[in-house]
Design a protein around this ligand. Sequence first.
Ligand code: GLC
Length: 535
Amino acid sequence: MNNFKWWQTGIIYQIYPRSFQDSNNDGIGDIPGIIKRLDYLKEIGIKTIWLSPFYPSPMHDFGYDVSDYRDVHPIFGTMQDFDRLLKKIHEHDMKLIIDLIPNHTSSEHKWFKESRKSSNNPYRDYYIWKDPKSNGKEPNNWLSYFGGAAWEFDKKTEQYYLHQFLKEQPDLNYQNPKVLTEMLKIMDFWLAKGVDGFRVDVICNMWKHPKFPNHPINAKWNGKVPIGKYVLKYTVNQPGTHKIVKAMRKVVDKYSDRVLIGETYLPYEELLEYYGNNDECHMPFNFHLLELKWKASSIKKKVNDYEKILPEGCWPSYALGNHDNKRIASKVGTEKQARIAAMLLLTLRGTPTVYYGDEIAMKNVKIPKNMIQDPPALKQPEIADIVGRDPERTPMQWDKTANAGFSDNGVKTWLPLAKNFKTNNVKSLEANKKSILALFKALAKLRSKNCCLNSGEYKYVPTLQKDIFAFIRFVDDEKLLIILNFGSKKINLDLSKKISGQAKILLSSDMIQKGNVNMSKITILPNLGLVIKIS
Ligand code: GLC
C-alpha cells in the first residue's frame, strides 16, 4: 500500500458548493458552510474533496462561467475563507481538488470584454472569431451543448464567436499559445497556494479542428437532444488536446504529490489516451458505469472491458453520479439497489468519486417549472426533463429541521429540498446503525483498512447468473470476494470449484447478514451485496 498515492487509495467526494451548507442564510451554500461540515466528511471516511467552481462568475452556468480565475465569488465567501478551508482540510489530513475550467471563460471575463472590443484588440485571439458565411449565417453547423448554434454573432465587429456551451461561455482559443500560458499560470497560482490538484472541466473539447469543418450527421440520433444530431468529430478529442494536457501535467508535476483528473466522456480507447505516457491525467474519469442501465450484465461487462484494456500503470477512476447526471439512487430505483451501488463503487479497483448526498441515497428532486434554473433546461423547455440538471443539485439533507439544516428556517433555498428530507437526512441515518449511511461508513472503513480493496488486484468471478456481479480483490494473502445481486430473486451459488478457503461475511449491504459461508452453497438474498473474507 505504501507505494500507492493518496489519490489512488482514498475516496473523493464532490461538493457542489451552492448546495452543501449555507452559513449566512442567503439560501445558497458557501465555503464557511463546507468548513462546518469537514468533521462529517472525515467521519464518513472521505480522503479528498473535489470542490466544484467557487470563482467569481455571473452564474449563467452556476460557476462554470468564470469571470476571474484567481478569486472567490462573494456568494461563497472570500479568499480568506478559501485559505481557511484549505488549511482545515489539510489539518483533517484530507486533500482538496478544485475545478479548473479551461475550455471557456465567462463573457464577463476581462479577456473577453477586451476581445470583443475590436478585431485588432490584443485579446482578440484569446477567443475564436470567424466571419459569417457569405449568406450571413454561422461559419459551420456546430451546435451548443445547451441548445442552439455554437456561434454567436457580435454586431460590433461583425464576426461570430464560438461557444460550445452558453453564449455567455465563449470558448478560448488554444491555437493562441498565450492562452495556454495564461491557464498554466492560473494553475500555478492555486498549486502554490497548496491545492492538491485539479478536476479539469471539458478537457476533451479544448482543441478544435483548425479548419472548422462541418460536423457529419449522426445516423444514430434518437431525435431528442439537438446536439446529438451530429457526430462531434471536430470538437471532441482532437489530437491537439493532448499537447495542452501534457503542458498542464508539467505544471502539476512541479509540485510534489498533486493530481490531475480529467472530465472524459469518451469511449475507452479514446479515454486511455488521456493517461498519455504518464504525462497527461493521473486519472481521466471513467463515466461508463454512470451512463449504463443498472443491470449486472452491462455493468460487469464494462468493468471487465476496462480492466482488460487498461495498461499497467494506468489507475482506474469510477463515478456513479455528479452534478450533470441523474442521482444514482433515482437511477437504480430502490434504496436496496442504492446500497448495491455504494458497495460496487467502494469495492471496485480504482478511485471512487462520490457525489455529495449519494451516501444518504439522495434522489433527484422534481423541480416545479417556475423554479427551473439550469440553462439547458431553460433554453430547451420541451426537453427540460432530459437535459435539466437542477434535480440532482438540490440542497444537502442534514437533518429534519426546516430547510434540512442546509439553511435556517424561513430562508428560501436556491433550489427546493427533497420532500422526504425529514426522514432521509444525515442525522436520522446516523442514528440508525443499519442505514445506508452506516453502510457507506463501513465500506469506507473496510476500504481504508484492507489494502486489497484500496490498491489490490481485481479478478472477475463468472457465475452464469445474469443478475450477479461477483469479483475478488486480492493482494498478498488478503482476499475479499464481493457478490452483488442486482436482481429481485434469491440466488444460490456454488463457488467451491473456483475459490477455496474459509469464508466469512465481513459486510452485507443490509448490514444484517453475518457468519461463515459455505462456498458450495452461498445464498444471496434479493437486492443484496456481500463482502466475504477468504482466508
Ligand atoms: C462540464 C460541467 C458542467 C458544465 C459544462 C460547461 O461538463 O461538468 O456542469 O455545465 O462543463 O462548463
